[in-house]
Design a protein around this ligand. Sequence first.
Ligand SMILES: Cc1cc2nc3c(=O)[nH]c(=O)nc-3n(C[C@H](O)[C@H](O)[C@H](O)COP(=O)(O)O)c2cc1C
Length: 202
Amino acid sequence: MSDSSSTVIVDLPEPRLSGTQSLEETLTSRRSVREFTDEPLSESDIGQLLWAAQGVTDPAGLRTSASAGALYPLEMYVVGSTGLYHFEPARHKLSRCNEQDLRPAIHRTALDQDSLIEAPAVFVITAVFARTQSKYGPRGRRYVHMEAGHAAQNLLLQAAALNLGGVVIGAFNDVELHEILGLPNNEAPLYLLPVGHPQSPY
Ligand SMILES: Cc1cc2nc3c(=O)[nH]c(=O)nc-3n(C[C@H](O)[C@H](O)[C@H](O)COP(=O)(O)O)c2cc1C
């Protein structure tokens, strides 16, 4: 990420640590949502969703999602109309990596799935496999994929608890998406999560 626009830093509001919906209600209400209204996500919602996926919840740096050996191979990004932003869990901040709206390009490389162009925000989970494989060898690859599932589920459950909706998307061209996002060579895109206000409440 060597774009000069990366100097733009967004201080996210502190994550809320309580809510109005029980875990059981949230689990029951989670459904894949692929159609959204035009309403944007607030910074508070974006911060809350990123915190649910990878937020720091312990002075030792431990996070909301489990991680093999606490090595934290995952990186989180959010794409919207004002660009591509990288989440920094320790500081709970975003840094801008690209000023362009990358959603049309992401849409194209993910089989033209319309949820990706309709959603006001597309979250991206990427991974640096070497962080985990340096300790666990080839088996570490499996752990990283498991962790992406944990983080994605946390994000979707948080979305449901905020009366937002989203879906996990695994169908995209790996090489093209890597290029579109401008990721470093050692980082791979794993999951896309378009999120927004559901068109019809569920
Ligand atoms: C690994 C994985 C990949 C998926 N990829 C896509 C996808 O590319 N596009 C999509 O619309 N949904 C995708 N889904 C969502 C499933 O279609 C959805 O979870 C399933 O239909 C069950 O519905 P529910 O999530 O509402 O319970 C994916 C789900 C998983 C777990």
